[in-house]
Design a protein. Structure first.
Lengths: 185, 314
């Protein structure tokens, strides 16, 4: 067997391994995004219940409630790109947080069992979403590294792979955002 | 649960009369052991000229005699020490805890923790503590798990899988996947590149889960059956607390999260809560060894904030 033949075989093996690793990284991102999406939907499904429970009391915050409902219907539209979903998630997160902060100003509402239950469920879903975001970001980081690093970057550009966006865990999330200001922009 | 300084106070004040009494017994045991040692030495001198060609045999006989004598002479003293010092100390830390000096965490629980890849052929232990701290169920004990080996000649030997403290606690989140947090041996011995490759190819333990805390990643490696659930359990704050706990115990720790429980194995490499023979029980270092270790183990509930009930478990 000639040396040239061996070299060709080795190159073929390397190319196959690189190709497979890129595919598996891309699939990992897709798989995890599917789970993220499921959990996000769980939260969207809570919104109508939340809005109907609090709107009677929250006369001053009517616009936030309308905005949240609007965001929900936007999120339910088909054919949204991953990037759009990520953006919507950020907006919904801050809007929901402002509603929860506003609830604190209404003692009747705070003591309402239905609202308390919703609050608990939302908190639990928030924890799950935060875990899903972190898992997604790690998968995207691995994927982005592979398509930018040598030598997989050549193959990635041949396969038309583009870098993906991560969920930004903003410092602002820890603060209470004025959602009105967010929408008036 | 009382504070560490309260427990230290309790050791030196409430237990002082008992400790003084036990000190006399300790001196007694110590002198008897030294006597046996003297006799063995004397015998060695006497038989030395005959046993010159069998020094290995002589050595093993010495070790066996001394080991047996040490255990035998210490027996009653150990029993009394555990009943009169360790037991009250545990009740003082939290009165909802029970102590049994001869029992240990059951073998099936040790195996179901999945912390160690090898199933033990022999599992021994003692100093079993169980009950609840702040409403969180906890059980722990000393465990020595061993594996049996047979060489080609059929000669039997035993190797240690784990020796140290084994703790099981209820966890405050519901989950169905399995998550393992193990000491990062590969990355610390082979570096990021080679070690990282080893980690990602250890498929027997599950999928590698890369965590977003660099310090945590340096000390531990995480495997899990679900990438999202692993992060649902290992929040940023829990990772920080586990690092802190590792620092406090200054030992390698193995942690697993299975069936809504947390399993922790702390690699002490020795039997804990045994009475000291050659050092005084009133010695600060000796006292602190008992108090600190107990406090660290039982304090896990507060340290990891397992008593903070989360929404999912209400």
């Amino acid at each position: 067997m000639s040396v040239g033949f061996i070299v060709v075989i080795v190159i073929v093996i390397i190319v196959v391994l690189m190709y497979n690793s890129l595919i598996s990284k891309k699939n990992q991102v897709q798989n995890i995004f599917a789970s993220v999406d499921t959990i996000l939907k769980k939260r969207y499904n809570l919104i109508p219940n939340l809005v109907s429970s609090v709107q009677e009391y929250m006369k001053h915050e009517k616009s936030i409630l309308e905005d949240v409902t609007k965001l929900r219907s936007m999120a339910n539209k088909p054919n949204l790109s991953d990037e759009q979903k990520i953006e919507l998630d950020a907006k919904v997160s801050s809007a929901l947080r402002s509603i929860m902060v506003a609830v604190e100003n209404y003692p009747n509402l705070k003591a309402n069992e239905n609202v308390m239950h919703l609050q608990r469920t939302l908190n639990e879903i928030e924890e799950q979403i935060s875990a899903a975001r972190r898992a997604y970001n790690q998968a995207v980081t691995d994927y982005n590294n592979a398509i930018e690093m040598f030598p997989t970057n050549f193959m990635a550009s041949m396969m038309h792979y583009r870098a993906k966006k991560v969920f930004e865990i903003q410092e602002a999330q820890r603060k209470n955002i004025d959602v009105k200001e967010l929408f008036d922009k | 649960m009382k504070s560490l300084s309260e427990i230290t106070d309790f050791y030196y004040t409430n237990l002082h009369p008992v400790l003084k009494e036990l000190e006399k017994r300790r001196e007694n045991v110590k002198s008897r052991i030294l006597m046996v040692f003297g006799v063995v030495l004397l015998m060695d001198f006497m038989v030395f000229s005959y046993a010159k060609n069998h020094l290995d045999w002589l050595f093993f006989t010495n070790v066996a005699i001394l080991g047996f004598a040490y255990k035998f002479l210490k027996q009653d003293y150990t029993k009394e020490f555990k009943d009169r010092v360790i037991k009250p100390l545990i009740s003082a830390i939290d009165e909802n805890l029970n102590y049994s000096k001869d029992e240990h965490v059951q073998e099936f629980k040790f195996i179901s923790s999945q912390l160690f890849a090898t199933t033990p052929d022999r599992l021994e232990g003692n100093d079993y503590i169980s009950g609840d701290v702040d409403g969180v169920g906890i059980e722990l004990s000393d465990i020595h798990a061993q594996k049996r080996h047979l060489d080609s000649k059929g000669k039997e030997s035993w190797s240690t899988i784990f020796k140290g403290l084994f703790i099981i606690c209820e966890f405050n989140k519901k989950f169905s996947a399995r998550t393992l947090v193990l000491p990062d041996v590969a990355q610390s011995s082979f570096g990021d590149l080679v070690g990282g490759w080893f980690q990602s190819h250890n498929s027997a333990r599950g999928e590698l889960v890369k965590m977003d805390n660099p310090e945590f990643e340096k000390k531990f490696v995480v495997y899990g059956s679900d990438q999202i659930e692993a992060r649902y359990i290992l929040t940023h704050s829990l990772m920080k607390r586990l690092l802190e706990f590792r620092k406090k115990s200054s030992k390698n720790i193995h942690v697993s999260f299975i069936y809504s429980h947390i399993y922790i194995a702390i690699d002490y490499g020795r039997d804990l809560f045994e009475p000291s023979v050659f050092k005084s029980l009133l010695d600060y270092k000796v006292a602190m060894d008992y108090v600190h270790t107990l406090y660290l183990a039982i304090g896990i509930v507060e340290e990891l904030k397992l008593n903070e009930k989360l929404w999912s478990k209400i």
